[in-house]
Ligand binder design. Structure first.
Ligand code: PMP
Ligand code: GLU
Length: 397
């Protein structure tokens, strides 16, 4: 008997996490698996940030924190918005949560009624679609293509808008494509949405610091739309702090209060010690962590150089984040003995079995022609994994 709720039965497991778990299990069984499936920096958290957490324990920050986050952290995030993005958010407009993932869930659950439509350009990050559905919303996907750097055209967004549209959600730099939107592109999106006062924009900027373009642009910079933009950000990626679980939003007071109320019932706020570590992270000049970005850029170029030699794949040049998202559809319909490749998921399972490399199917990101590889690992493993992938693909006829 299945006694679980329809809600949980209908919820799909995160494909990134599922693939990472499968590769970990295979590794534990002694298989020589290289995992390029989970997106997280391979650096340990910088010392100054860890020291702040140790001090927080010694200083007795072991009690429930304020639900919305410690005031000094919210103030430091407000200053970070001004310093790095030239955006004005008061500390009251900032809500600290247990990772950007929870920030996204707070916002979606606070805005979406059953039947509301949410426009999501594909490829999108895996969790958007599931959280939208959990809230009873209907994701409306816009398709893009590798030849256009996976960017939606403003007319496509315009055509997707209906009287039920409540939210537009996207990430820049984008997980999984690494696409970054320019100021002009963001302005055109803002202009399409502006005439519809019921539509909000969730701008996921978690990869802000992992960028290979000079500047990061936020759609919140346009005053005519700022009130309706919710910026989601956090410390996971830019400061190598995935395990600390601290994310935040900058939003209108009304939305900030809604998210405060939401997490007051769900989590009672984010971990007090992790918040003190995040305070050290966001208060510091980011330049001191630039060695991580430089290393991601070098590894991006390494992987792109190796991918050039693999026949039959198409890809864009990622401008940020730490993923490549090649179109592998030319391998569909091929096979190797009993292994038949009908889609990207088949290809991922084949590569796991034959090449012993774990990557994630593009289907989970809304693009069934592609697969996602995370290059946040060592040069040696990247070189070895690309060699194995090339050899396994060559066997497909
Ligand atoms: N947004 C995107 C696009 C991501 O890739 C991630 C990675 N997990 C998140 C949000 C959530 O980040 P966090 O670790 O802060 O929950
Ligand atoms: N954001 C990472 C990824 O896309 C972490 C996994 C997750 O949170 O789903 O792989």
């Amino acid at each position: 008997m299945n006694y679980l709720s329809t809600r949980i039965n209908d919820l799909k497991e995160s494909a990134t996490i599922a693939m990472a778990r499968l590769s970990r299990e295979l590794q534990e069984q002694g298989h020589d698996i290289i995992s390029l499936s989970l997106g997280e920096p391979d650096f340990v958290t910088p010392n100054n940030i860890c020291d702040a957490a140790k001090k927080a324990i010694d200083d007795g920050f072991t009690f429930y924190p304020p639900i919305a986050g410690f005031r000094d952290l919210r103030k430091a995030i407000s200053e970070k918005f001004k310093r790095e993005n030239n955006l004005d958010y008061s500390a009251d407009q900032i809500i600290v949560s247990t990772g950007a993932k929870q920030s996204i869930a707070n916002v979606i659950l606070s805005l979406i009624n059953p039947g509301d439509e949410v426009i999501v350009p594909a490829p999108y990050w895996v969790s958007y679609s599931q959280i939208i559905k959990l809230a009873g919303g209907i994701p409306i996907y816009i398709t893009t293509s590798v030849v256009n750097d996976f960017k939606p055209f403003p007319e496509q967004i315009n055509n997707a808008i209906t009287s039920k549209t409540k939210l537009f959600i996207f990430s820049s730099p984008c997980n999984p494509t690494g696409t970054m939107f320019s100021k002009e592109e963001l302005k055109s999106i803002a202009k399409v949405i502006h005439p519809h006062p019921q539509i909000f924009i969730l701008s996921d900027e978690i990869y802000e610091h992992i960028r290979f373009e000079a500047t990061h642009e936020s759609i919140a910079q346009f005053d005519f739309i700022k009130e309706r933009v919710i910026i989601v950000n956090g410390v996971s990626k830019g400061y190598a702090m995935t395990g600390w679980r601290i994310g935040y939003i900058g939003a209108s007071l009304e939305i900030a209060k809604a998210c405060d109320k939401m997490q007051g019932q769900f989590t009672s706020g984010a971990c007090s010690i992790a918040q003190k570590a995040a305070l050290e992270a966001v208060s510091s000049e980011w330049d001191q962590y630039d060695f991580m970005r430089e290393s991601f850029l070098r590894r991006r170029d390494l992987v792109l150089g190796l991918m050039k030699d693999i026949p039959g794949i198409k890809y864009n040049i990622p401008k940020g984040a730490f993923y490549v998202f090649p179109d592998v559809s030319s391998y569909f319909g091929k096979g190797n003995g009993d292994d038949k490749i009908n889609n990207a998921s088949d290809l991922c399972m084949y590569l796991l079995k034959d090449a012993k490399v774990s990557i994630v199917t593009g289907e989970a990101f809304g693009d069934a022609n592609c697969v996602r590889l995370s290059y946040a690992t060592t040069d040696e493993l990247l070189i070895e994994s690309m060699k194995r992938i090339k050899a396994s693909l060559a066997k497909l006829v």
